[in-house]
Ligand binder design. Structure first.
Ligand SMILES: *[C@@H]1O[C@H](CO)[C@@H](O)[C@H](O)[C@H]1NC(C)=O
Ligand SMILES: *[C@@H]1O[C@H](CO)[C@@H](O)[C@H](O)[C@H]1NC(C)=O
Ligand SMILES: *[C@@H]1O[C@H](CO)[C@@H](O)[C@H](O)[C@H]1NC(C)=O
Ligand SMILES: *[C@@H]1O[C@H](CO)[C@@H](O)[C@H](O)[C@H]1NC(C)=O
Ligand SMILES: *[C@@H]1O[C@H](CO)[C@@H](O)[C@H](O)[C@H]1NC(C)=O
Length: 301
């Protein structure tokens, strides 16, 4: 028997003899300890988060059967969990975030609140999350974002609000996201985007708006987004593309599959300053095909 195996064996025997049970909560499937024997990784089902050890750095909690009081994710829930770097809470029936509910976790890098029923998010809720890289709010019930909601997230790179109930994007919805690289808003019912809503996002590389209710792309909406490379507008109801909506962008991929565009938007495409642009215009109403000076345009039917 190897010496390390032998040590484990002796340790197990010791715990058995003195009756020390595992420090891992019964509700937790995954439970990893560090060298000091502190719990650092937990994957739990139907657990009250506040009862878990404060040493945890990576926590996934899902499927809570008991409803939180008022459906509210309150500050006390994470009280003392100051070492958290990754937090995932799914199917906890959260309907609202209350106050500075993450303030105690300044080291948080990833926050995943997908598959809840959150209706309102506010600037105050994200206070103290100066290091956060990834925020996932997929499959919730958010109807509006609200002014400066993400202003406390200067390090955020990926924002995902897929499958919510957003109907419009207002001027200051994304203001303050100075490091953002990717925004995913697919599967909402967005009909209106303020002309200035994206203007401050000079680092944005990838924007996904597929499966929304856009009927047109207005003048200047995406103009001057110099980092933007991929824009997905599949499955909207787009009829009108303003020729100035993309001026100053350098897209490599533009997906307009399944819209209601009836004419090849030559001027619109010509304004995109990139030679390697791939455009997908299939599943539109284009009948009159004119010559195109682009590397790759998929027209199809
Ligand atoms: C959230 O949306 C789902 C699906 O549309 C719905 O069943 C649920 O009742 C909503 N929750 C709240 C709190 O509105
Ligand atoms: C955002 O601010 C504008 C004015 O600057 C105001 O009209 C609007 O109601 C505000 N929206 C929200 C959701 O607070
Ligand atoms: C959005 O578009 C879908 C069809 O893609 C339609 O069924 C729905 O009524 C529209 N919703 C709004 C709010 O316009
Ligand atoms: C884009 O940038 C140019 C040059 O800096 C500026 O003249 C123009 O107003 C900008 N357009 C928009 C829509 O911000
Ligand atoms: C596009 O074509 C579809 C199917 O042929 C038709 O129902 C729709 O009215 C057309 N839309 C426009 C804007 O021409």
């Amino acid at each position: 028997m190897e010496i390390s195996n032998f040590c484990v064996f002796v340790l197990m025997l010791f715990f058995k003899l003195v009756g020390v049970s595992s420090p891992c909560p019964a509700e937790c499937l995954t439970c990893d300890l560090n060298k000091q024997g502190e719990i650092i990784v937990l994957t739990c089902t139907n657990v009250q988060i506040q009862t878990l050890p404060n040493t945890v750095e990576d926590l996934q909690a899902k499927d809570l059967n008991i409803i939180l009081p008022f459906g509210r994710f309150d500050m006390y829930i994470l009280n003392g969990k100051s070492r958290l770097q990754r937090l995932e809470i799914n199917n906890y029936h959260i309907t609202s975030l209350y106050g500075e509910c993450f303030k105690g976790c300044p080291g948080l890098l990833t926050l995943d609140l997908s598959n809840n029923e959150i209706m309102i998010i506010e600037e105050v809720n994200f206070a103290g999350l100066g290091n956060l890289n990834i925020l996932n709010l997929n499959q919730n019930n958010v109807t509006t974002i609200g002014n400066f909601t993400f202003r406390n997230l200067p390090a955020l790179k990926i924002l995902s609000i897929v499958g919510n109930k957003l109907t419009s994007i207002l001027k200051d919805d994304f203001t303050g996201l100075v490091k953002i690289a990717k925004i995913d808003l697919q599967h909402n019912i967005i009909k209106h985007i303020n002309t200035e809503a994206f203007h401050s996002l000079q680092t944005l590389e990838n924007l996904n708006l597929q499966h929304n209710n856009l009927t047109g792309i207005a003048a200047g909406v995406f103009s001057n987004l110099t980092s933007l490379r991929e824009l997905n507008l599949q499955y909207n109801h787009i009829i009108i593309l303003d020729p100035t909506s993309m001026v100053g962008t350098r897209l490599t991929k533009l997906d307009l599959w399944q819209n209601q565009i009836s004419e090849v938007p030559t001027e619109f495409l010509g304004s995109i300053g990139h030679l390697g642009l791939t455009v997908n215009l299939a599943k539109n109403n284009i009948t009159n095909i004119r010559s195109l000076a682009f590397n790759s345009v998929v027209l199809g039917t």
